[in-house]
Write a protein that binds this ligand. Structure first.
Ligand code: AMP
Length: 622
């Protein structure tokens, strides 16, 4: 694409939220939100299916949730790139619709009267609505967007978001972390350097991220949060107060009908929002009793009730800061995101706790979309002096012989990242190699997560260890991984773009890292054993090859001696005794080295000493 074409393209920023979604664009006067025809900016991220199979999106769909819960899909973002077990564990009965397992994988699907939808398809319906809104507001077609995701989204969840955009006919030019977008919206960019805490308390989730900005480069240093803590929980605390009041007016065994419960929930949310502006709030609840129940709540009582939940968010902030290795005093800026940060107590406590004046000037529901539009503007050729970088949450690498995990790109590398390493074959005349790509922090692939596999075919038959297989990992700015392998002598090449089969939650990433620390010693020993076994096998193969050469001037006695050594080496390599195997490898290595020096030319010496990391032989190999 030429610079000119790029500068003409319309690129919008989209905040694809769990509860609401919205779009923004940078115009002549700076970033602005794109409104729907009725003036509303927020599009509820809800899709409802009608009897004729068609669907509606947004506010109308949200209203249908009460009457048609099984046909109305909300919070689909929680299902993106997730397998069914993860969803069942975390969401269990919170979703009114049915979530089932896909036929051909472990992934979660949404079941509407027997028709299965992927979370990507449902998200695409929401994105389609956002796109239509933007096109109406701009009077022009929109084909490209920058879409935000939580900082803890892994490769699978980001890829699912990208796929959703594709289904909606949008090219996701960039997937940007929500906290990074929020910081961008506040212009905390090139002019400042330092640490930014982004505190995001929405309707259903709480996220805190620690960003480091250096010379215009944003890096997410740590994230923490709770996927089930937010404004909805505050609503439920008020519902409890209301129910206590209602119970004084009805018989003790009377039950409250579901519609009335839903009404109470909505009223509770209204009360909560009023309490952000006034000291008390009141409402009348009509339960078809003689007279409506009058209910009043003071801000003080509300604050006492929600205080433990806010304290929990503060604890998360400190844990993120600890993870990032930052003292609270070293925080430069605090950005508030999400509707629930309008609650005065939330602001007070965060401000006091972090000791910084908060950024609350922008609408906390819109700040992420505004930031996304700034990134969109950068990509469409507007602003040029800003670079966004994120980090890779878990190390990436491949399986080598014996099941060892060879890491090419380590955890916390900034993206885009590139790494190349040289490998070789482990079996003579191996004409194809399977490259198994893994993600994780442990030493053996059995303890890591497989991301994908592909085959490099057409290698000319050569002795084991001779092919030079170059493996390159490239993680692009969106975190998409491309693995390429190339045999240098024959120039055959193969590659894959990794689309991981299921996602990991932030807690799982944490667990993986924690486990790698806990298991470090065991892993080290297991890896040591694998490497020693490989060394023993290499030594044995090389020696046997040399022994088989007719021109070798070995005496019968020397041959017999080497055969005895080889048998001993083989049996030790099958066992578990690391110390003995190491001693034998060292001794035998010295012995063959001496033999090589004595009797053989350079090429054969190399044969005995070849020590390149070897790839596992392909299972299809004859
Ligand atoms: P978000 O997920 O960021 O859209 O935030 C939605 C949450 O913010 C919901 O729980 C809303 O009830 C809550 N919210 C919106 N406005 C206010 C307000 N003025 N005071 C308290 N909570 C609010």
């Amino acid at each position: 694409m030429t610079e000119k074409q790029a500068s003409q393209e319309i690129v919008i920023g989209i905040d694809l939220g769990t509860t609401n979604s919205l779009a923004a664009i940078v115009g002549k006067d700076g970033p602005r939100i794109l409104h729907q025809r009725d003036g509303e900016a927020l599009i509820p991220s809800v899709v409802s299916f009608l009897d004729d199979g068609s669907h509606i999106v947004g506010e109308k769909a949200r209203h249908r949730a009460v009457t048609h819960p099984r046909h109305t899909v909300h919070s689909v973002k929680r299902l993106m790139g997730q397998n069914i077990d993860e969803v069942k564990q975390r969401e269990s009965d919170r979703l009114g619709y049915q979530v089932v397992q896909a036929k051909d994988s472990l992934l979660a699907r949404i079941d509407i009267d027997g028709k299965l939808y992927t979370p990507q398809e449902i998200s695409a319906m929401i994105l389609g609505e956002v796109r239509r809104t933007a096109e109406e507001a701009l009077g022009k077609p929109v084909k490209s967007a920058v879409i935000t995701v939580p900082a803890y989204f892994d490769d699978a969840q980001r890829q699912a978001t990208r796929d959703a955009a594709k289904i909606a006919g949008l090219q996701a030019l960039r997937i940007v972390n929500e906290p990074t977008a929020a910081a961008l919206a506040y212009g905390l960019d090139t002019s400042r350097e330092g640490t930014v805490v982004v505190y995001d308390l929405g309707g259903g989730t709480f996220d805190v991220s620690v960003l480091k900005i250096t010379q215009g480069v944003y890096k997410v240093s740590a994230t923490a949060g709770n996927t089930h803590l937010g404004g909805d929980d505050f609503d439920m605390l008020i519902v409890d107060f209301i129910l206590d009041a209602v119970k004084e007016h009805i018989a003790s065994d009377a039950t409250i009908p579901p519609e009335a419960m839903q009404q109470i929930r909505l009223s509770a949310e209204q009360l909560k929002q009023q309490l952000s502006a006034s000291e008390t709030a009141a409402l009348e609840i009509d339960l078809d009793l003689e007279e409506p129940v009058h209910f009043t709540l003071s801000r003080a009582d509300f604050e006492t009730a929600i205080r433990p939940l806010i304290d929990e968010t503060l604890a998360c902030c400190h844990s993120a800061l600890t993870d990032a290795g930052i003292q609270p005093e070293a925080v430069d800026e605090v950005v508030m995101v999400g509707g629930s940060t309008r609650i005065p107590l939330v602001r007070q406590l965060v401000e006091k706790d972090l000791g910084r004046k908060l950024h609350v000037e922008l609408d906390p529901d819109r700040v992420v979309a505004l930031g996304a539009s700034i990134q969109a503007d950068i990509l469409s050729g507007g602003t040029k002096d800003l670079l966004l970088l994120d980090v890779i949450p878990l190390s990436l690498g491949i399986e080598t012989v014996g099941g060892a995990f060879s890491k090419l790109v380590t955890r916390n590398s900034t993206v885009p990242a590139r790494a190349t390493e040289m490998f070789s074959t482990s079996v003579d005349d191996q004409t194809s190699i399977e490259i198994n790509v893994f993600q994780g922090e442990r030493e053996l692939v059995r303890d890591c997560r497989q991301l994908g596999a592909f085959k490099l075919r057409g290698i000319p038959p050569m002795p084991a260890g001779l092919p030079r297989v170059e493996v390159t990992f490239l993680v692009d700015a969106d975190g998409v991984l491309t693995v390429t392998s190339r045999e240098q002598r024959s120039e055959v090449e193969a590659s894959i773009e990794v689309v991981p089969s299921h996602g990991l939650t932030r807690d799982e990433v944490k667990d993986i890292i924690r486990n790698s620390i806990k298991m470090a010693r065991d892993d080290f020993l297991a890896r040591d054993l694998v490497e020693l076994r490989n060394k023993a096998n290499n030594l044995a193969t090389g020696t046997r090859r040399v022994l088989a050469m007719p021109e070798m001037p070995f005496t019968d006695e020397q041959r017999q001696d080497l055969e005895t050594d080889l048998a001993h080496l083989d049996s030790l390599a099958k066992g578990e005794d690391i110390a003995e195997l190491r001693a034998k490898c060292d001794a035998f290595g010295e012995k063959t080295q001496a033999l090589a020096d004595q009797a053989i030319g350079e090429a054969i010496k190399a044969e005995l000493n070849r020590e390149q990391s070897k790839l596992p032989s392909s299972p299809q190999q004859p």
